[in-house]
Design a protein around this ligand. Structure first.
Ligand code: TYD
Ligand code: MG
Length: 483
């Protein structure tokens, strides 16, 4: 028998080396190498190998075919019980696919998947593998959650009693036993909570290490593809905010969803960062209640401050995927007492804020470099798109001049470095969402061609070519005058 050998595996990027380093030579992370003893080659379990040896296949056994001849099967999708989750998945869960759900501890991953498993179990066989909690713990939670069904599941099919028909529960951490159960049950859907807690006894490393996570996920993936089981894997986020074994898992799975939210607020945001079966950047919004997670069907209402309009507040329409969200921004501009002024932004990139301040200083002549500037997006939302620029500029100028924007106004537009207002995508949907929420004025880039739509929405459309003009339209006074 060959001797067991030691390798050092980086827990951040998965790189292997024979030697220990304090810093990973591949990704540069510090203290990330962990010793791993691989069992000698001949004692390892043989995993099926799909690729035939070179030259072994006779010519008539060729497997490729012209792309036109490949049969098309419409993608079937299982409804998860949550419209919000289905949309982020691209319309539902695809049989045989692997979905990784990542998020901070305590954010609600187990709750989301247990509720969804319960809903899916009304029509399909579902296996819920809990590797972190005992069957008793899961049962307790399930009891509590059963009182609140995701919308559109319980009453719709005449089973309002809260009992899931095909939900099987397994509390197990041994990969081998989980695989056996999957083979025996052949469920349509299986939830693995969590992939880091599973353990392959044949590997020398500790549960949660890169090698374990990779091996467990790969073994699960093989079986899922073979028997068309849709797999939902829960993945933990490390201290640095990365999914453990991130690169390794992201390549392996079909979709990566992240569940995030403010620990101090009740709403949770679900996003797809990778999706082989749909668009990414879709957003699902949930609210954590006493009885589990509920969908938020009107998320704009979450991100609109309920207070009276005040100086320094502006409203924008951000687009998350295909979904427009009306969001409040607040700015505070005050004389600085530091050598270099402070700029702090929550929910918007600081570089973006710096750029907008520079444009305002240059093109409106406002001496903003002598002022501190703080900016915050309501509701803890992260707004990445430049369509928020005009709103940021308006909030800053309104705070600087101590002006209040007329109520019912939304601002949409990207700022160029030359002070010009650039067109944004999906303006039509943004205006519709603003009108639906009762907004009556919209300041947008010139040349939108949406005059008729705005009229039909009873929305006053104010078009502007540059930032100065847009702010005059929005505020009703010229912010550049008055120093
Ligand atoms: P959980 O799903 O266990 O989080 P994760 O699996 O991501 O670690 O959710 C835990 C939190 O959710 C916990 O702090 C309590 C809260 N919670 C509720 O507020 N209401 C509920 O009905 C449930 C089940 C949990
Ligand atoms: Mg959990």
């Amino acid at each position: 028998m060959a001797r067991a050998t030691s390798t050092y595996v980086c827990q951040s990027c998965g790189a292997q080396s024979r030697q220990f380093f304090g810093r990973c030579p591949s990704c540069g992370s510090w203290n990330s190498l962990v010793e791993q003893t691989a069992p000698a080659a001949d004692t390892r379990r043989r995993r099926p190998v799909a690729v035939a040896a070179e030259g072994a296949m006779p010519p008539q056994a060729r497997r490729s075919e012209p792309i036109q001849a490949v049969g098309e099967r419409p993608l079937q999708r299982l409804q998860s019980g949550y419209g919000e989750l289905d949309r982020v998945l691209g319309g539902g869960l695809v049989p045989g696919s692997l979905v990784l759900l990542g998020g901070d501890p305590g954010i609600g991953k187990s709750t989301l998947l247990l509720q969804s498993a319960q809903a899916m179990a009304r029509r399909h066989s579902v296996l819920y593998v809990s590797a972190e909690e005992s069957a008793q713990q899961v049962k307790l939670r399930w009891r509590r959650l059963a009182e609140q069904q995701p919308p559109g599941t319980a009453e719709a099919d005449g089973q309002g009693d809260g009992e899931a028909v095909g939900l099987q529960l397994l509390s197990e951490t041994d990969l081998e036993l989980v695989l056996q159960e999957l083979e025996a049950l052949r469920p349509a859907v299986a939830v693995i909570d969590s992939i880091q807690a599973l353990h392959d006894g044949e590997l020398g490393s500790a549960p949660g290490s890169v090698a374990q996570v990779r091996e467990c996920a790969a073994a699960l993936a093989r079986i899922a593809k073979r028997q068309d089981t849709a797999l939902l894997l829960v993945g933990h986020v490390t201290k640095e905010g990365l999914l453990a074994g991130p690169k390794v898992l992201e390549h392996l799975v079909d979709a990566v969803l992240t569940f995030e939210g403010d620990r101090f607020a009740s709403h949770r945001l679900l996003r797809a960062v990778k999706n082989r079966f749909g668009a990414t950047h879709e957003l699902g919004v949930f609210e954590m209640r006493g009885q589990g997670l509920a969908e938020v069907l009107n998320p704009s209402e979450l991100f609109l401050g309920s207070d009276e309009p005040s100086a320094g507040t502006a409203t924008i329409v951000a687009c998350e995927g295909t979904r427009p969200l009306v969001v409040d921004l607040q700015a505070l501009v005050s004389t600085t007492s530091y050598a270099s002024p402070r700029r702090t932004a929550t929910g918007i990139g600081t570089n973006r804020l710096h750029q907008i301040l520079a444009v305002l200083e240059k093109h409106l002549g406002l001496p903003l470099s002598r002022f501190d500037c703080y900016l915050a997006v309501a509701g803890g939302l992260e707004v990445e798109e430049p369509a928020a620029d005009l709103g940021v500029a308006a909030a800053v100028v309104a705070s600087y001049r101590d002006l209040t924007l007329p109520p019912g106004t939304v601002l949409i537009g990207e700022l160029g470095l030359g002070g010009q207002l650039r067109p944004v995508s999906q303006l039509e949907q943004r205006l519709q969402e603003a009108a639906r929420l009762g907004f009556r004025r919209a300041v947008v880039p010139r040349g939108s061609g949406l005059g008729r739509l705005a009229a039909s929405l009873e929305l006053q459309l104010l078009e502007a070519g540059g930032v100065a003009e847009a702010l005059v339209q929005a505020l009703g006074v010229n912010p550049a005058q008055g120093d």
